[in-house]
Design a binder for this molecule. Structure first.
Ligand code: 4AD
Ligand code: MG
Length: 477
C-alpha cells in the first residue's frame, strides 16, 4: 500500500504534494479537525475536512480510536503547534470504534487502568513512546555487539539446568499434571516425559553462552528468561528479556569496562535517535513528579539524567568497602534502614543499593568481589578463598541493573564448589567439559532489558515497559 508515514510528512518533505495516510483517530473536533496518529511518531498530523464535501454518514464514523485512511494535499498549517496539515480530499474508514465502549478516551488514564487494557494501551502517547524507545534500545543492543566483534547466539528456552541455582524455575512437562507417573519413592517419573528428564524454562542463557564463547571468542544472547519468584515489585517480572554477553580471555576488570561502555553506548543511541519521544517522556515525568512530595522527586529531568550517565564514570567499589560505608552511615536522621547490615557476608537489600547510588555516591556504582556464599556456583573464587569475582551494577531509581562475573575456569575448584552446593556433576557434564578441554579465563554479565527500558524512559513500574507483563496476577493476554 502506497501510504506516507506521519513522521515523514511532519518533516515537511512532501509539502504541496498529494499524500495518503492511514492511522488511528486521536480526536475529531468541530466536525473539521482530525488529529491522526499512525505510530511512526509521538506527534499527530492534523487533517482538515470540509464536511460539506464529505458524506455525513462517513464522518459519523470518525471517532476516537477509529482506523481511517485520508488522501489530500499537504499544506502549511496556520494552526498553533504544527507546521503542516492535510487538506483532506477523500476519507475511508478501515474500522470504526464505538465511542460508547472504546476504553481509550482522549483524556488522562491512569497507568493501572491501562495495564488492564494491555491490548489497546499502545494507542496512548505514553505507551507508544515507551514501545518505540524499547525497540530503539533493542536495535542499539544488537548494533553495539555486532560492531564490536560479538556473535549473536540463540540459547535454548527449554533447558535441564538452573543456572542461578535459586530454584525459581517454571517446570516444563508434557505429563498429566493431575496424574503424573510416579516412581516407587513417590516422586514424579520424568523418564516418561517428552524430554525424558526434568526440564524448565531458562532463567539465564549464560551457561550455554559460555560454551559458545569458548569457541567463537565473544558472543551475546538476547532472549526471554523466566523466574517464578513471587515478588510483587515494580522491578520484577516473571518473564523478562535478558542481554548476556560472554567473552573468552576477559577478566573481571575487562568485564566491568565492557558493561559500562555498553550501557553508555545504548543510552547515547536513544539520546540521538529518540529525541521526540524522550522530550514527551520527560514532560510526562515532570507532570507526574509534581504530584509527589518534594523529597521523592527526581533531582534531574530525564534527558539530563541520561546525559549524566553517558558522560560520567561509574564508581567501582568492592563489597567490603560498601559494607563499611553502610555500617557507618545514617541514611536519614529519622529513618533508618529496615534491614540493618551488621556483619560482613550479609546480602545487600535494595534499600542499601539505592542508598549507595542515590545518596552516597550519586552516580551508578559497580560493586565487585562479593562474598562467595551469597553468589552463584560458577563465579571465580578469589585468592582470599572467601570472595568471588562478581560484579553488580546499581543504577539510580532502579537498583541492580546488571549482574555478572568472571567465571571459575579451574576444573578442580568448580567441582568442589558444585559438590558443596549439592549440584549434580552428571547434570552439568557438558559445562565441566569446558574446563577439561581448552579452559581459559572468561567473563560475562546479564542486563535485564526491562530495567534498562525503565531507566531510559523514566517510567516507574516495570509492567509498563514490556508489552504484555507476566506477573503473579497477570497472564491474561
Ligand atoms: O543477577 P542475575 O540473576 O544474573 C544472571 O542471571 C546471570 N546468569 C547473568 C550473567 O552473568 N550472564 O540477573 C541479571 C539481571 C539483573 O541484574 C536484573 O537486571 C535482571 O537480570 N533481572 C530481572 N529483571 C526483571 N525481572 C526479574 N525477575 C529479574 N531478575 C533479574
Ligand atoms: Mg543478580
Amino acid at each position: 500500500m502506497n501510504t506516507n508515514s506521519i513522521k515523514d510528512l511532519l518533516s515537511g518533505k512532501h509539502l504541496l504534494q498529494e499524500v495518503t495516510v492511514s492511522g488511528w483517530v486521536k480526536t475529531f473536533r468541530s466536525n473539521r479537525f482530525i488529529a491522526l496518529n499512525d505510530g511512526s511518531t509521538i506527534q499527530n498530523i492534523q487533517c482538515v475536512v470540509d464536511f460539506e464535501k464529505l458524506d455525513e454518514s462517513l464522518l459519523k464514523q470518525v471517532s476516537t480510536g477509529a482506523a481511517i485512511k485520508v488522501k489530500g494535499t499537504l499544506v502549511e498549517s496556520q494552526g498553533k503547534g504544527q507546521s503542516v496539515e492535510i487538506q483532506v480530499a477523500s476519507l475511508e474508514i478501515h474500522g470504526g470504534a464505538d465511542p460508547e465502549t472504546y476504553p481509550i478516551q482522549p483524556k488522562k488514564h491512569t497507568l493501572e487502568f491501562l495495564r488492564e487494557k494491555a491490548h489497546l494501551r499502545v494507542r496512548t502517547n505514553t505507551f507508544s513512546a515507551v514501545m518505540r524507545m524499547r525497540s530503539a534500545l533493542s536495535f542499539a543492543v544488537h548494533q553495539y555487539f555486532q560492531q564490536n566483534g560479538f556473535y549473536h547466539v540463540h540459547t535454548p528456552i527449554i533447558t535441564g539446568s538452573d543456572a542461578e541455582g535459586a530454584g525459581e524455575i517454571f517446570k516444563v512437562s508434557t505429563l498429566d499434571s493431575k496424574k503424573p507417573p510416579l516412581k516407587e519413592d513417590g516422586s514424579v517419573d520424568y523418564s516418561e516425559d517428552f524430554f525424558g528428564k526434568e526440564t524448565n524454562l531458562t532463567v539465564s542463557g549464560q551457561l550455554e553462552a559460555e560454551t559458545y564463547a569458548m569457541g567463537l571468542g565473544k558472543v551475546y544472547t538476547f532472549g526471554p528468561t523466566f523466574r517464578a519468584e513471587n515478588s510483587n515489585t515494580s522491578r520484577h517480572l516473571a518473564e523478562f528479556w535478558m542481554i548476556e554477553p560472554e567473552m573468552a580471555f576477559y577478566d573481571l576488570d575487562a568485564n566491568m569496562d565492557l558493561a559500562e561502555d555498553f550501557i553508555k553506548s545504548v543510552l547515547s543511541y536513544v539520546l540521538e535517535n529518540c529525541k521526540d519521544d524522550l522530550e514527551f517522556l520527560e514532560k510526562r515525568l515532570l507532570d507526574e513528579e509534581k504530584t509527589k512530595p518534594a523529597a521523592e522527586r527526581s533531582e534531574m529531568p530525564l534527558i539530563e539524567k541520561l546525559k549524566f550517565i553517558t558522560d560520567n564514570n561509574f564508581k567501582r567499589v568492592s563489597y567490603t568497602e560498601a559494607i563499611e560505608i553502610l555500617r557507618n552511615c545514617k541514611p536519614n536522621k529519622k529513618k533508618k534502614f529496615k534491614y540493618i547490615i551488621n556483619e560482613w557476608g550479609a546480602d545487600l537489600q535494595s534499600e542499601h543499593e539505592r542508598f549507595l547510588v542515590e545518596k552516597h555516591f550519586k552516580c551508578p556504582v559497580i560493586l565487585f568481589d562479593y562474598p562467595a556464599k551469597i553468589k552463584a556456583f560458577y563465579m571465580r573464587l578469589n585468592e582470599d578463598g572467601k570472595t568471588v569475582r562478581a560484579m553488580d551494577i546499581l543504577f539510580p531509581g532502579i537498583g541492580e541493573i546488571v549482574g555478572g562475573s568472571q567465571r571459575e575456569e579451574r576444573l578442580d575448584v568448580l567441582l568442589e564448589k558444585m559438590k558443596a552446593l549439592d549440584i549434580d556433576e552428571k547434570e552439568l557434564w557438558w559445562y565441566t567439559d569446558l574446563r577439561k578441554y581448552g579452559s581459559a579465563v572468561h567473563s560475562g554479565f546479564g542486563l535485564g532489558f526491562e530495567r534498562l527500558v525503565l531507566f531510559a524512559t523514566g517510567m516507574g513500574n516495570i509492567r509498563d515497559v514490556i508489552p504484555f507483563p507476566r506477573t503473579p496476577q497477570n497472564a491474561e493476554f
